[in-house]
Write a protein that binds this ligand. Structure first.
Ligand SMILES: CC(=O)N[C@H]1[C@@H](OP(=O)(O)OP(=O)(O)OC[C@H]2O[C@@H](n3ccc(=O)[nH]c3=O)[C@H](O)[C@@H]2O)O[C@H](CO)[C@@H](O)[C@@H]1O
Ligand SMILES: C=C(OP(=O)(O)O)C(=O)O
Length: 415
């Protein structure tokens, strides 16, 4: 089984360039199918989820060409057919094909989406939105069939703040007749990024980045060129890793504003954070104050950095609490961190993390993407060697992880 082998105890030093945002890319790749001419997406991250999505588009008949971090997607040869491949079940963001293909053909038959196993991940708010736009939904044997003889704009209130539902409804609404209003919409930077792409394609969208988004449907969308925003979760992971190893790292090609909640928590612990226009310099320390983390929709602390942050908290001088308000059972990393010596107790949706615990190397497994990131950070902190399996999860979301870390003077290799 493929594994990452990490010999810890080296402070990270140097600079790291952050790739394009996974969660923008995974919405934009399908979004290009809404157009009637080719689109070019720049700053596409070289990660497994993107490769998978490109394969799904190939299977549908689109022509996708890739040159470095740029992909061109020509949707014109795409055929109307059910999307039932295994790939759909392995990719959370395959749910975006619902909104896109519904917008394009007013009908879609699709397998249920996969992605990280974080406990229950319902898509009832996506469905509620499609239904409000006039869609009939039938679910049987793990397959969803959505049919809308006509998509009609509507007022939709989301019961939970959902990134996926907000974006998916924007896709269908961009092609509906009349005006749609999404209330209690997600405000994540990736939602704004996708709205910007759709606007460049000819859609009429106002309010992205606030909790009320207004979409005026249009008859046709055309191809465009768009540069994806930097991945704030990848950036946050390197910030945490720098702090955890008492390192000094310049995180480049980022939007510091997107990381305010992470910078604030690191500062509260005693990490030095210096923000520039497009970079953040992180300087670790040998003494950290314990802090409490509560994950919330943006601009709150992101759930996707909760697991990596937990590894750092094992170094704090006291006990910290980590509460995940988005995914109540996102604690698959805890049993593995315990193998490395961590003392963490999970009570409901809260992990109680004991500090001042030196971690040691062990054989551990990444059960999901960010659990993998948390184990990599723990391994960088540990004195001796750690073997991490489950690299397929880590590769879903981190471009060239071992190369980037090796450039920061980490001792890491893939076997
Ligand atoms: C591909 C992608 O962009 N993934 C991100 C996206 O996932 P995803 O879009 O799946 O996450 P959501 O924002 O939809 O989920 C937020 C919360 O709402 C709940 N919910 C969501 C939809 C729904 O119909 N019903 C419902 O109850 C979820 O179970 C969760 O508790 O946002 C999450 C929250 O920031 C991130 O962790 C993921 O990295
Ligand atoms: C949960 C995540 O991804 P996905 O929604 O694609 O499973 C993540 O990026 O941490």
């Amino acid at each position: 089984m493929e594994k990452l082998v990490i010999k810890g105890g080296h402070p990270l030093h140097g600079s790291v360039k952050i790739s394009g945002a996974k969660n923008s890319a995974l919405a934009m790749i399908p979004a290009t199918l809404l157009a009637d001419s080719p689109s070019v997406l720049e700053n596409i991250p070289d990660i497994r989820d993107v490769a998978f999505y490109i394969e799904v588009l190939h299977d549908l008949g689109a022509v996708v060409t890739r040159t470095g971090a740029e992909i061109t997607i020509d949707p014109s040869p795409i055929r109307h057919q059910p999307v039932l491949s295994q790939k759909v079940n392995q990719l959370r963001a395959s749910y975006y094909l619902m909104g896109v293909l519904l917008g394009k053909w007013k009908e879609v038959t699709i397998g249920t989406p996969g992605g990280c196993n974080l406990g229950l991940r319902p898509i009832d708010q996506h469905i509620k939105g499609f239904q409000a736009l006039g869609t009939k939904v039938v679910q049987e044997d793990g397959v969803l069939r959505l049919i809308a003889p006509k998509l009609q704009g509507a007022r939709i209130y989301l019961d939970v703040v959902s990134v996926g539902a907000t974006i998916n409804i924007m896709f269908a609404a961009a092609c509906a007749d009349g005006k749609t209003v999404i209330e209690n919409a997600a405000k994540e930077p990736e939602v704004i990024d996708v709205a910007t792409l759709l606007s460049s394609m000819g859609a009429v969208i106002k309010g992205a980045g606030t909790d009320i988004i207004r979409i005026q449907g249009v008859k046709r969308l055309h191809g465009c060129r768009h540069t994806i925003i930097p991945d704030r979760i990848e950036a946050g992971t390197y910030m945490i890793a720098a702090a955890a190893t008492e390192g000094e790292v310049l995180i480049e090609q980022i939007i510091p504003k997107h990381l305010e909640s992470v910078s604030a928590k690191l500062r509260e612990m005693g990490v030095q954070i210096q923000e520039e226009e497009e970079s953040i310099f992180v300087k670790g320390s040998s003494r950290y104050t314990p802090v409490d983390i509560k994950t919330l929709p943006y601009p709150g602390f992101p759930t996707d950095l909760q697991q990596p942050f937990t590894s750092l908290l094992t170094r704090a001088h006291g006990t910290s609490l980590v509460t995940d308000n988005i995914y109540s059972s996102r604690f698959e990393h805890v049993s593995q961190l315990e193998k490395m010596g961590a003392k963490i107790k999970v009570e409901g949706r809260t992990a109680i993390v004991e500090g001042m615990i030196p971690l040691h190397g062990a054989r551990v497994h990444a059960f999901d993407l960010r659990a993998g990131a948390s184990l990599v950070i723990a391994a960088l902190m540990a004195e001796d060697v750690t073997w991490i399996t489950g690299t397929n999860h880590i590769d879903r979301g981190y471009e060239q992880l071992e190369q980037k870390l090796a450039r920061l003077k980490a001792e890491i290799r893939r076997e």
